[in-house]
Write a protein that binds this ligand. Structure first.
Ligand code: SAH
Ligand code: SF4
Length: 379
């Protein structure tokens, strides 16, 4: 008989499983609380479950997290785990502590098929989707390990926010994503409010509409360019729907969203998408149409990209154009630099099953001005 991983279920799924075992529905809630609130994996420790149920669970089920390959702690407190997901694939998860919150950056796929030019994961190609249990295991492991390490008391949380901004395109793994989000939001699970769970997407229009119906959480859209010509080049998925359809999907999403704005992420690439003219084009594109905040992300370089981080002056000049137009704009602080835990540096290990690497290496990016020589700048 195959063993079922209980991390694969949201509470409805666990209820169905418990009923299959011939048990009452409310047992699922008890079990869910043991697993997600207390971090228990040993059924014998679940003292309020009847012995007969514990016996059945021991035979049929397990709480299977992911094997940790490595863990690195940055000088700024950022923690990065590398998890083994089998067959030579590994994924990364990053915890970013701040004074008022603890954010966990969670992966949704081993690799990514979208193949954005500026993204290390994209350069690796796509291996496979993670299952719900593998997405939730990242949170389960981080939360309970950090709680123990930080000596938190019952009811205190290490992870207060989750961002689906690790490896992979979450909306290309929708079926596994939604139960994982539901377990994060569930009061008997992690109890995170919808505004503290963010799905970041490179912009899959049809799936943004489905998320609005099924599980509306905070939405971040990785825009990176204000027109189709440039976005087609940086984010190849744009060729399917285009920016206009993407913005329309954002407008449709907002009435259901827990926040009254969409976050547009914009990775600042020197000489490629960071000119004041493009900033003005961005203003014309979104102003009065999509309530939004723009988050400028300093590009985190990696050797194969051939791209350079915009200087702090260029980032500031770009931000100034947006701010003058009344668009709330922030510049993301880069965290965990010393352990390669920053955005887009999450490489993990992927058995490359696509030709994405060849495509990216052989088609050079268009530059709108001469590129400065490769240099490291800190924003
Ligand atoms: N696939 C999703 C979520 C994962 S990527 C998405 O694209 O939104 C999370 C964020 O990191 C995205 O905004 C992405 O554009 C950004 N990112 C990717 N590579 C980066 C890099 N090298 N430097 C800075 N940000 C990067
Ligand atoms: Fe995939 Fe996001 Fe990286 Fe693009 S930026 S390749 S969508 S993970």
């Amino acid at each position: 008989m195959s063993v079922v991983n209980l991390l694969d279920f949201d509470r409805d799924g666990l209820t169905a499983f418990v009923e299959q075992l011939g048990e009452k529905r409310f047992r699922a809630t008890q079990l869910f609380r043991w697993i997600h609130q207390k971090g228990a994996s040993d059924f014998d420790a679940m003292s309020d479950l009847a012995k007969s149920l514990r016996d059945k669970l021991r035979e049929r089920a397990a709480v299977q997290s992911l094997p940790v390959i490595s863990e690195h702690v940055s000088t700024d407190g950022t923690v990065k785990w590398l998890f083994d997901v089998g067959a030579g694939n590994a994924i990364e998860t990053v915890f970013i502590p701040e004074s008022d919150r603890g954010t966990l950056c969670v992966s949704s796929q081993a690799g990514c098929a979208v193949g954005c030019r500026f993204c290390s994961t994209g350069h690796q190609g796509f291996s496979r989707n993670l299952c719900t249990g593998e997405i939730l295991a990242q949170l389960w492991h981080a939360e309970h390990q950090l709680r123990r390490r930080l000596g938190l008391k019952e009811g205190e949380r290490a992870v207060t926010n989750v961002v689906m901004m690790g490896m992979g395109e979450p909306l290309q793994n929708y079926a596994a994503l939604v139960p994982a989000l539901r377990a994060m939001l569930d009061d008997h699970g992690y109890g995170l409010s919808r505004r503290r769970v963010t799905v970041s997407t490179s912009g899959m229009v049809a799936m943004i509409d489905r998320l609005r119906e099924d599980c509306p959480v905070a939405l971040a859209v990785s825009l990176h360019a204000p027109n189709d010509a440039l976005r087609n080049d940086l984010v190849p998925l744009n060729r399917k729907d285009g920016i206009e359809a993407l913005l329309d999907a954002c407008v449709r999403y907002l009435p259901a969203a827990p926040r009254d704005f969409v976050t547009f992420e914009y990775c600042m690439l020197d000489g490629v998408n960071d000119t004041p003219e493009l900033a003005r084009e961005l203003v014309r594109l979104v102003k009065g149409r999509v309530p939004c905040k723009v988050n400028l992300i300093p590009f985190n370089p990696f050797p194969q990209s051939g791209l350079v981080r915009s200087s702090p002056e260029r980032v500031q000049a770009f931000a100034a154009v947006l701010l003058r137009a009344g668009i709330v704009t922030t510049v993301r602080k880069t965290r965990g630099d010393d352990i390669d835990a920053a955005c887009g540096q999450l490489a993990g290990e992927v058995q490359d099953r696509t030709r994405v690497h060849q495509r990216l290496v052989h088609a050079p990016v268009k530059v709108v001005r001469r590129m400065a020589p490769m240099q490291e700048t800190k924003a």
